[in-house]
Ligand binder design. Structure first.
Ligand code: NAP
Length: 245
């Protein structure tokens, strides 16, 4: 299996909303290894500080953190304007925003949880897409990260499934509206081995392997407007073989 150690993305600016998260950390590391400047926004300075430590001094020089939210259209617009002005370009965006929640049937779900798990996360994805897609460089790409529950109903985590489904449709709509002007893709992940869940089935991908796939998707012109399904390491190998990686 190849690793994105070649500096295929030297000089590129990649924005990773959700880069502080369990999966986002692996995405950030892979783009840094590929030579990109990686910009990570977060609502929390302490989570940004933690990310810099996790990435380590060898790679962190090109990791740029921005303590700013993107929970509303206005916040995302301000963030995109600031990043484009400060770094001069935005080549790729990989949005790994939103986490897991489970435990209640739909009819038991409180409005508070609905707002947090569905509304806030869906609004952030929409706000990011509408602010960053128009600013992508011509050969740039936008990738959104989703879970298996976005594509099939997951009992007792229904509102995560519903948000993921909305996110996948958002990506399809973007593809239909952009008509090839920019590449937009999504990765649909199975369970991921990560810093919060360091063990798991050997067929599961690690967060670093998700990052490897995200680098390939961003840097391969023929991958456009696709659902890239990555349930297992076998799926990753097949996806990398397609790109000659
Ligand atoms: N972990 C897995 O096993 C797994 C499996 C399949 C798919 N996925 C997918 O991977 C993506 C990231 O999951 P994760 O496990 O990395 O989650 P996580 O560790 O909880 O991280 C969530 C990230 O989203 C950001 N975020 C921004 N606005 C948010 C909001 N309103 N609510 C929640 N988070 C918000 C957080 O940034 P701040 O720094 O601002 O908090 C954080 O960086 C999700 O799309 C998830 O469905 C994960």
């Amino acid at each position: 299996m190849s690793t994105p150690t070649a500096h295929t993305l030297d000089g590129k600016v990649v924005v990773v909303p959700g880069g502080t998260g369990n999966v986002g950390e692996g995405i950030v590391r892979a783009f840094l290894k590929a030579g990109a400047t990686v910009v990570v926004p977060s609502r929390s300075q302490s989570r940004l500080d933690q990310l810099v430590k996790l990435i380590g001094p060898e790679l962190a020089a090109e990791l740029k953190t921005v303590a700013a939210a993107y929970a509303s259209f206005d916040e995302a617009d301000k963030l995109a304007t600031k990043i484009a002005a400060e770094f001069g370009r935005v080549d790729h965006v990989v949005a790994s925003v939103g986490g897991w929640w489970a435990g209640k049937a739909l009819w038991q779900t409180s409005e508070e949880v609905w707002e947090k798990v569905f509304v806030d996360v869906a609004t952030s994805h929409m706000a990011l897409a509408r602010s960053f897609v128009p600013r992508l460089s011509e050969d740039g790409s936008y990738t959104t990260i989703a879970g298996f529950s976005a594509a099939k109903p997951y009992p007792a985590a229904g509102i995560v499934s519903m948000q993921g489904a909305a996110q996948l449709m958002m990506r399809e709509i973007l593809s239909a509206e952009l008509k090839g002007q920019r590449r937009v893709n999504d990765l649909i992940l199975g369970p991921i081995i990560n810093r919060s869940r360091p063990g798991g089935d050997p067929s599961w991908l690690t967060a670093d392997q998700v990052g490897e796939a995200a680098v390939k998707v961003a840097s391969t012109p023929s991958i456009a407007n696709e659902h890239v399904i990555l349930d297992t390491v076998d799926d990753l190998d097949k996806a990398l073989a397609r790109t000659g990686g």
